[in-house]
Design a protein around this ligand. Structure first.
Ligand SMILES: N[C@@H](CCC[C@H](N)C(=O)O)C(=O)O
Length: 279
């Protein structure tokens, strides 16, 4: 009898031990939304893809396009570790980077200026008035110009294509066809559909790899569109306004031939709410 109660007790105790409270912060940058977790103590189970997917799930979890860990780094203010909402770690996220800078500012890790390391290298950023964050993106040294589209890597891979009737365009269906098509193989690409508004302004809608749907904004996508439009001669401006579904972004750069340096992505990054979730 004693043995049986011991077994039952240890069974339930072990279930209780597995439960864990995670404090999270929710941020959004032009509607591209992220779960932020302060992982400076390294407590987060990073290998648990299913957990990350569940935290990002809009019905069973907190809901977000991605999850970002803020971690310690020995040479910069912090390290950015980015996961898409499918739970997989991925390449650079521009809006996520801007939101992470706002999060670091809220935590007191930085004060209005930041240097941090991400998967694509070193980034500098500054916090302005009204939650506007300006983030330096990687230099772009190669722009593949094809008849129907442009491809470039702005920290993440981006297909950029001008389309008619962007407002009614089926981004999910056409984006998925390109993302999973022969062009980009298993790795895939994010896909941006673009409309020129005027010489200094473009509208875009993005299908995001790893979210596998249209998102309200994509920072590396907006950066790719601005550079691509300049590279193919749609504009000669080097500071370009981008209308995305969730708001407005500005991308500026210096240009030498097809080399783009001092690339900055600027726009709002806002705290939405914080909470605790039991996993
Ligand atoms: N939303 C991001 C892009 C995130 C990465 C992308 N989904 C990928 O896996 O390539 C952004 O703001 O740049």
């Amino acid at each position: 009898m004693i043995n049986i109660s011991l077994i039952i007790c240890s069974y339930f105790c072990s279930i209780n031990v597995k439960k864990m409270q995670i404090e999270f912060y929710k941020y959004q940058g032009t509607g591209n939304d992220f779960v932020m977790i302060d992982n400076r103590t390294n407590f987060f189970p990073k290998e648990d893809i299913k957990l990350i997917e569940r935290l990002c799930n809009r019905r069973f979890g907190i809901g977000a396009d991605g999850l970002i860990l803020l971690e310690n780094d020995t040479e910069t203010d912090f390290r950015m570790v980015y996961y898409n909402s499918d739970g997989n770690q991925s390449s650079m996220c521009g809006n996520g980077g801007r939101c992470l800078v706002a999060f670091a500012n809220q935590l007191g890790v930085i004060k209005d200026e930041a240097t941090f390391i991400a998967t694509d290298g070193l980034h500098h950023a500054s916090v302005g008035d009204d939650a506007i964050i300006s983030l330096q993106m990687i230099d772009v040294d190669e722009v593949q110009k094809k008849d129907a589209y442009t491809f470039l890597d702005t920290g993440s891979p981006h297909h950029v294509q001008i389309v008619d009737d962007l407002e009614h365009y089926n981004v999910k269906e056409n984006g998925a066809a390109i993302r999973y098509g022969q062009l980009y193989g298993e790795k895939g690409s994010n896909v941006n559909f673009v409309k020129k508004v005027d010489d200094g302004t473009f509208s875009l809608r993005t299908y995001e790899r790893g979210v596998e749907d249209e998102t309200l904004a994509c920072g590396t996508g907006a950066t790719a569109v601005a550079i691509a439009m300049n590279a193919i001669g749609e504009t000669d401006k080097t500071s370009i306004n981008l209308n995305v579904e969730g708001g407005k972004l500005v991308v500026s750069f210096d240009k030498l031939g097809d080399h783009f340096t001092n690339v900055f992505l600027t726009g709002p990054a806002k705290f939405v709410f914080k909470g605790t979730i039991e996993i």
